[in-house]
Structure formats: structure tokens, C-alpha cells
Design a protein around this ligand. Sequence first.
Ligand code: ATP
Ligand code: MG
Length: 431
Amino acid sequence: MQIKAPKGVADILPDDIPMWRYMEHALRSALERSGFAEIRLPIFENSQLFSHSIGAETDIVAKEMYTFQDNGGRSLSLRPEGTASAVRAYLENRLYERNPICRIFYMGPMFRAERPQKGRYRQFHQLGAEVFGTDSAYLDAEILALLMRCFKRMQLTSLKLQLNSLGCPECRPQYKRQLVVFLGDNQAGLCADCMRRADTNPLRVFDCKNPGCKEVLAPAPQSLTSLCGACKDHFEQVKELLTTLEVAFEINPRLVRGLDYYTRTAFEIVSSQGDKSPDKSPDQSPLGAQNAVAGGGRFDGLVEQLGGPKTPAFGFAIGLERLLLLLQEQPPAIEPSAWVYLALLGEKAKRKGFILQQNLRQQGITVQMNYADQCLKKQLKSAHNLGAPYVVIMGDDEIKNQRVILKDMKDGTQENVPLEQLIGKLAEINS
Ligand code: ATP
Ligand code: MG
């Protein structure tokens, strides 16, 4: 008898490992550069942790958790996500005592009993990150920019950031009341699940994938129009800061997220690939019908809800299998063995370049230079073969004028940069 892996559970084979490593490395280094420290959390927890945080009435807890009793009769669950464990660990280990702002991230398998399909598995992997200790809109914008920049560096340019604000305990009850009235008036078109949700957890109706419900819900009241003054100001500031950082976003007033703990900013990063052409079925898109690569937002009440001091927080999780599906659409995403190549002409330039190479490496930039005293054409060829997106060209004239040429290998454009600004400029493009 051949025993197979359980449904929706996959092996990650040796051939897949380079892409996994690439993805993990790119995300890990972006987070570490932004002050995040890794935490390794347990795979299973007391079931109560998830029902108290994610919410007993959410699909995740009500339908998707792997829950079992251990020999001592305790109810345990395989973790369906990481935020609940992160908050528990933050409190249990008093991480707030070390620094008023705590930035942590984790990577690992999550478990949900869902119907397996492309981009949706029963064991899947997330990279999650949480910041505890500030309700500043600057943090929301910083993290959203970090995520979008990171995806851009992986050349995933067709991802869209969708934003909403879910309000706070001040304004959400009023919004819920409005929604319940609307649902009461529109019962006829709703599925049984949504009818139940109307009583137990009205916001969850927006999670319903049923096309009939979606239609009924189209004119439903939106959380955005019921925000209190403070939530409105916060959301305006997040949007304004994103615009300052040139991070594109769109507002999705139906975005509620499948977890109860979110307050204020909620977001998803979705793939717009595959849905461009109307005759392309979801199965042909790289993510199948699942288009969300990452999601998250603020959870200003969760730490307190789990027994801790009042601590605002913001976090996100990236679905790594979905990210991988997107990356596989457009290889080669593997880091080039030189991000910048130094093309040096003449002995003086070679010496200068040698020191520059050292300084750039200290900045964390992958750099190689030419030791063979070749002509420019050959040096550019070497840069091309290494996959270097940028080349610095330096010869006698450049040394004399204290300026170098920075060549963008993708579009062939060249820029004349003062030598003393070069490292700063490269570090900025590389960030
Ligand atoms: P979806 O709407 O696709 O069900 P979700 O809202 O349940 O996603 P989250 O709980 O926000 O997902 O998890 C964050 C990310 O984890 C998702 O954006 C997705 O990329 C990934 N993810 C969630 N569930 C699965 C799964 N069953 N298989 C693979 N990836 C998943
Ligand atoms: Mg889900």
C-alpha cells in the first residue's frame, strides 16, 4: 500500500529550494534593514488563543482550524496564522520591557482545512511581521511602503495595494448597527451563512464569495463613511503619507479581512495579473482564483484583549506559495551575482574602483569589478553576463572631474554622478 501525503499538503522539493531561498532571503533582509528581529513561534497553541483573537465566528476558527485533544484532554490547534501567537509571545515574554516599539517577524507553516486548489493549501507558509507600540499613521505607511518596495524589487510590478479603514470601538458599533439594518431589509437575497453572520458577526458578510450575496451587498453601507473623527484623520494621514512616498494604492470599501481583531487600516496586496483579459479564466492566472498575496492591518485592541496593557499594533502576512507562483511567472528573479558592476579604465580608476568596491560591500550592495584591464565593451559584456542591473564607468577623465557614469543596463540610460554622491545614490536605488 502506498501512503500519500494528506490532501492539500505538499513537499517542497530540492528543485524548488533556490526560489524559496531567494524569496525568504529577499524578505528577511528587507525586514532586517527596517529593524525587525526574527521570532520563532510554536506550530500549535491552546485553541482558545485563536478563538479569543481571530474570533469564534470567523471562517478561520469556525471551519478551517485543525483542532485536537492531547492526552491530557487539552484542546490544541495547529496555528492557522501567526498574529495570535506573536501577541501571546510578546506578552508572555514581556518583550515590551526591552523597547517601547517592538518589531518582530516570523516565517513558517500555517494550517487551514480549506478546499485545496491553486494557491490554496491545507499546509502553507507565511511570512508575517508585527510592530507593537505605536498607533502612528507613519507606521502604517512605512510598512505598506516597505512591502510594496520589496515586491517591486522582485520585479512584481503588477501588484496592487488595496486599502480600507475599519474604524475603532468608538465608531464601529454604529456602523455595525447600520449594516444590520441593511441586512435585515435585504434578507431575501442572502445565503444561509450570511443570514447567520447578520446575527453573529455582521462584517463577515463581506467575506462571502457567493455571487448572489455580493450583488445584494453592493449598495450596503461602508465603514469608511461611518468613521469617527480620529479614525478619519488617521486614514487621511496614512493615504497622504503613502502619496508622499509615491506608493500607489486604491480604496476598497468592501475589504474587511477574515479576522475580527483588525481596527482602522486594513489592507490586501492583490495580483492584477490574469484578470486583465476578460476571456482568461481564473485558472489561467498565476494564482488561480486566489489573488491576495498579502494582507494585514492595525490591531490596536488585540494585545489588551489577550490580557496585556493597551498596545496599538500593525502587522501583515505574506502567503509564500502565492508569492512563489507569481515569481515563477517571471523568472529570472534570482539575485544577480553583481547588482552593480564597476567598469574601470586605467590604473587610477582601477585603484579608485577597488576601494569603492569595498565601500559598497560595506553598504550591503553586491558588487563586482573588472580586474582584467579590458576595453569598455568587454567590461559591459561581463556586467551583462552577471545580470548586473547597473554599471559604474570610470576612466581617467572621470577621476579628473570627480564624476562617474552610472549606466542603467535595463534601459541603457546613463547619468553623470559626482563621485562623492555615488555610494549614497546606489544605496538609495538598492533600498
Ligand atoms: P483568502 O481570502 O485567499 O482566503 P485570507 O484572507 O484567508 O486569504 P489571510 O488570513 O489574510 O488570508 O492570510 C494572509 C495571506 O496568506 C493571504 O493573503 C494568502 O496569500 C495566504 N493564504 C491564506 N490562506 C491560504 C491557503 N489556504 N493557502 C495558501 N495561502 C494562503
Ligand atoms: Mg481564507
